[in-house]
Design a protein around this ligand. Sequence first.
Ligand code: ADP
Ligand code: MG
Length: 457
Amino acid sequence: MKDQLSLEDDIDTVRLRAAWSRVLTRLQGEAPPTWFERFLKPLRPLEVRGGVVGVECPGTFVHDWVKRKYLMALDKMLSDEMGAELKIELAIASRGDHDPIAQDPKPSAVTPQVAEPSFAPCNRYTFDTFVVGQSNRMAHAGAIAVADQPGRQFNPLFIYGGSGLGKTHLLHAIAQSVLQRDPKFKIVYVTAQEFAERFIEALRGQRIEAFRREQRNVQMWLVDDIQFIAGKDKTVEEVFHTFNHLYQQGKQIVLAGDRPPRELHLVDERLRSRFEAGLVADIQPPDTETRSAILINKAGAEAIELETSVAMYLAEQVPGNIRVLEGCLTKFAAIGGIEGRALDLELARELVERYYRHTSRTPSCEDIFRAVADLTQIPAETIKSKKRKAEIVRARQVSVYLIREVRGDSWTTIGDQFEMDHTSMMYAYQKVTSDMAQDAELREKVSRILRDLRPEQ
Ligand code: ADP
Ligand code: MG
């Protein structure tokens, strides 16, 4: 991939590269460093065409590993960053045969040792770059207190809020600030999904003691996307024991997730009350002023000249979370650069017309049932019924998945659509999520419906 942009590069490629580099920044903070360096950093985005992004891997080895471990996450992150539902297709670079990584036969290269790599927070995510407003004031204050005096005031700190509202940013900022004061402070940052995966791998490889040492021999334990433990009973139990171990020793614990502890629906209520024992702080979608301030800050950091009036306009018109808003700024600067135009109100209006005009209305449940009915040829009424025929059950599960993804409704609210309880809804959602990891056809169907529901994104 060329590093210099030229005018021949079409706008999608420019956006793709910018989005890819943001995805890498996020991954750098979230994936274990050894995985990042070896498997993720060498990937090269090539082009985007018809909703498919070609990504080149240096060899078959990396190709297979990424496909197995990270493809879904990459699809999702890149779609987030590009503001469109995209699917990644991995290709192997032609020089792959000569690539040392491709030929590395040692299994140790596939399964990095459980021994803990120290956590290096993403340097974009600091308290300095975090804009505080009404919507995130309490979470921010909690994070500052925890960073200043770990284990003293709020233990645990539980931060929850919708996607793209700054939870991961705050976790990294805490770590950053602590490490600045004391570079030797031992911090583990782990996403719940990663915790679950590594726990299972450790069990399988009989390295459970090493895994426990890695998670427990720390002064601060940061767990992101905690909602992923719901329904994984063995993992929940391990989290519970890790939590207790650290808590009893007064070690600081910070958890972040997309919903409050009571909505995690943990089978074991003890864990829920542990999670609620310190400070539970939410992050709400920011108001227009905060959104403008975030845009202006971000523009400043990237040396993009953005007038306040233009920032205000974009903050008002571009719907969605802060990640979408950041994506919009990148798009804006890229279009300005390519077309050689000033970043003024006129260009902002065109951008909004072109990309964001229809996105403000969230599809209703009825829209979603209709879309699933169109694709499966099963009438909406049948999908909502209690019929147990396999394809009807599947259509029902997919509807649950889509309602949750598109509308973010609570499990109970979704359950009302089907007159079923919240646990059935969570199960349906998890079933579709895990089946999609294996089943390309299902994945394609789901993303087609998502595209139909949000064609302009
Ligand atoms: P979450 O973990 O809640 O899904 P992230 O922490 O990944 O969200 O935030 C998404 C993006 O928005 C990141 O690039 C982050 O830096 C930015 N962001 C979120 N909240 C703020 C804020 N208050 N000020 C500045 N940037 C923010
Ligand atoms: Mg996050």
